[in-house]
Design a protein around this ligand. Structure first.
Ligand code: MC0
Length: 140
C-alpha cells in the first residue's frame, strides 16, 4: 500500500529561521513553498531523495494562526515532528482500505496538498499516536 515515506512534517514557529537551520545543518534545498489556507499553514519542502512514485522530503510548517491544526499543536506540544506522510498510488483507494479497518479518517474526501498532491489524514489515536497523512503525487 505504501510506496515510500513522502515527507515528515515538522511544526515550527518561524519558517524562515528553520529553513536556514535545515539548509545549513543538513545541506538540504528548498524545492517548493506554499501557503495552504485550507490547512492553515505556510510551508516549505526540502528535498531528500527520489523514491518509488515520487520524492521524499522534510516539510517545515508554520501555522497561519493559533486556531489551526499546527497552531494548536505548537501551543500544546511545542516544535517538533507533527506528522508522517506516506506515498500511495491512489489516495481515495487507500482511504477506503484503511477506513475499512476501523481507522478514523480526518477527511471525507482527498484534499489539496503540497506540490499538487492529493492528501488525506488519519486520526493519530488510531495509529499508535502518529498523525498520518496519505499522499498521492500529481500525475505528470
Ligand atoms: C493532536 N494529537 C496528536 C497530534 N495532534 N497526536 C500526534 N500528532 C499530532 N500532530 C492528539 C492530541 O494530543 C490529543 O490527544 C488528540 O490527538 C486529539 O487532539 P486535540 O488537541 O483534542 O484535537 P485537535 O482539535 O487539535 O485535532 C487534532 C487533529 C487535527 C489531529 C484531529 O489536528 C487534524 O485534523 N489534523 C489534520 C490536518 C492537519 O494537521 N493539517 C496541517 C498540516 P489526547 O491524549 O490529549 O486526547 S497540512 C499539510 O501537511 C499539507 C499542507 C501537506 O502535507 O500537503
Amino acid at each position: 500500500m505504501f510506496m515510500r515515506i513522502d515527507h515528515v512534517g515538522i511544526a515550527c514557529h518561524d519558517l524562515e529561521e528553520k529553513i536556514a537551520l535545515f539548509e545549513q545543518t543538513f545541506e538540504l534545498t528548498v524545492v517548493a513553498r506554499e501557503v495552504n489556507e485550507e490547512q492553515g499553514v505556510k510551508e516549505a519542502m526540502l528535498h531528500i531523495a527520489d523514491g518509488n512514485g515520487g520524492g521524499s522530503y522534510i516539510q517545515l510548517l508554520e501555522p497561519l494562526g493559533p486556531d489551526t491544526p499546527v497552531g494548536k499543536f505548537l501551543a500544546k506540544r511545542g516544535e517538533g515532528v507533527h506528522h508522517v506522510a506516506f506515498g500511495v498510488p491512489d489516495v481515495a483507494e487507500a482511504m477506503r482500505e484503511i477506513g475499512g479497518k476501523g481507522v478514523r479518517l480526518l477527511d471525507e474526501k482527498p484534499r489539496h496538498g503540497t506540490m499538487g498532491s492529493s492528501i488525506a489524514f488519519l486520526h493519530p489515536k488510531d495509529v499508535g499516536g502518529m498523525l498520518t497523512e496519505l499522499v498521492q503525487a500529481p500525475k505528470h
